[in-house]
Design a binder for this molecule. Sequence first.
Ligand SMILES: *Cc1c(COP(=O)(O)O)cnc(C)c1O
Length: 452
Amino acid sequence: MDVITALKERKETVWLNPDLAHAEPRSGMAGYRFVYVKAAQERFMRFLPYIASAFPETAAKKGVIESALIPIPAMTAWMNADDAGIRGRVFLKDDARLPIAGSVKARGGIHEVLKIAETLAMNAGMLHPMDNYAKLDSDEFRAFFGQYKVQVGSTGNLGISIGRMAARLGFQAIVHMSCDAKQWKKDLLRSEGVIVKEYAGDYGQAVASGRKESEADEKSFFIDDENSEDLFFGYATAALRVHVQLRKLKIQVDRQHPLFLYLPCGVGGAPGGITYGFKQVFGDDVHCFFAEPVEAPCFTLGMASGKMSEICVQDIGLTGQTIADGLAVGRPSGFACERMKPLMSGAFTVSDEKLPVYQQKLMELEGIRLEPSACAGFRGLADIGRAGNGAAGADGCGTDGCGADGCDAAGAKTGGNDTAAVWKEYLDARSLTDVMDQATHIVWGTGGGPVP
Ligand SMILES: *Cc1c(COP(=O)(O)O)cnc(C)c1O
């Protein structure tokens, strides 16, 4: 109840998942076997020649849609100067530079569109798994896919990823947007041949209309952000790629070398899928935490209350409105909540004022440009550093800028609970405090590429 009170009061807080269970890599987890992740990965591989041909910007990397894992020592030093005391190595996963979509949505959204296209073409006898998929980049295939519609409700990155991919394949791509969607997004999509439908009402209404319109048309596919397996397992492929990236950097992940992920969360599909993939690869040695804005902590609320998608942030008096527009979601995905029950380590909230600070510092110190949503993970990194350092419970405020309401940008005690103490509880319970010098932290920079 403590956590829910903090959520209601818009205080930064940390929630630890009491149901976190032992995870055996490459086994059945949360009702799905590892083969689901492999299948998504293999689908991306089959499509490499097509992607390289249809999106020339990916040709140099042979159609691979992947982003860099970037060390961020200057940002880490800045956070430590602010008393964060981070131990171990820190990386940013730069998904804002993912080709085609410029956000974490690339893996999920594109995977689902590719699966629709592949299934249609195979069922029509036009495509076989052993073919060179470059043949899909042709008028014949565009005319074939042009008989079908792909629709999605989104005011942001999901619409960009699905709209661009579907339109390029030749589908009639329709993105249903609420009136508050930014003009540049509509312009970008329309310039790529995507049909943008605008609604006077809010996002929920745009999704409902899109779904209804799609259901009435048997040649139409509606991509459902809240319940889609194909999005989820597309997101999960990130783990296989990061596994290779870590190996190339000679970074070990095991009991003595834990891996921590800080994942910005909206409905929970992207962080959920990523968590699923990482647990399949690294089992108990990876610790996955979700980051949410204090005004829209829908996933934390759903999990902490046990009500999952049966509760929304408006039910506890929050607005759901935040500058982190990629995370401005009131109700979590029931599908993702269910999957995450045994797998996620916990979640934390961050107040809106901190996001532009992280955003600006990352730009200044590392030259990396993200959108505010994509910076939410830094809050957890700051806090766990302090906890792992044994500073919890001490009066561990930064000497600089320790204001009346608690600490400054990286401060520990702004929370409704003593957040550093909660992190410490997590580390102590797993005897991790002593190995934090060998830890690897990945702050997931989920988007910002397409923002003008
Ligand atoms: C969509 C999105 C997220 C979160 O993904 P969900 O599946 O909604 O949880 C995080 N950051 C950015 C930039 C996004 O666009």
